[in-house]
Design a protein around this ligand. Structure first.
Ligand code: CMP
Length: 138
């Protein structure tokens, strides 16, 4: 099992000024930052990142939203990183997220849900590679 996962703080959360509070929760939960950047995706880049969802009805909305503002992308390290991070952020839909989770605290809707977390070790590696070169990770 890999001990790394990948996250993005999404445009809704950066725009509302939640970046620092979300990073604080992540670090207090025991994740170490191994790579990080503040950036903005073009529509084409957002479309590529979420290509796995291409056939879903919300794909266009997702791509528009994820390219609508700045994001913070990061590779995080911890034992059992993928599963523990998904527990920390809570359900995709904040209305169903457990109390105290990042999405319960900071997300507005299933589309604008504050953070992304990889769903498997394989996708964590693919998603980290999408954003970071070998020189940008430690
Ligand atoms: P994320 O974990 O980044 O992975 C895929 C994203 O698609 C998900 O978070 C949601 O933000 C988004 N998503 C999932 N379901 C819907 C939906 N029904 N409507 C809009 N966006 C959705």
């Amino acid at each position: 099992m890999s001990n790394r996962t990948f996250t993005m703080i999404k445009p809704d959360a950066t725009q509302k000024g939640y970046t620092g509070a979300i990073l604080d929760q992540i670090i207090k939960a025991g994740f170490a930052v191994k790579a990080m950047k503040w950036t903005r995706l073009t529509k084409e880049q957002a479309g590529l990142f979420y290509e796995v969802h291409k056939e879903r009805p919300f794909y266009g909305e997702l791509v528009d939203f994820m390219s609508s503002g700045t994001i913070v992308a990061a590779i995080l390290e911890k034992d059992n990183a993928v599963a523990d991070f998904r527990t920390l952020i809570g359900a995709t839909n904040p209305a169903q997220a457990a109390e105290g989770t990042i999405r319960k605290l900071f997300a507005a809707s299933v589309g604008e849900n504050a953070v992304h977390g990889s769903d498997s070790d394989e996708n964590a590696a693919i998603e980290g590679d999408f954003f970071f070169s070998k020189l940008e990770r430690f």
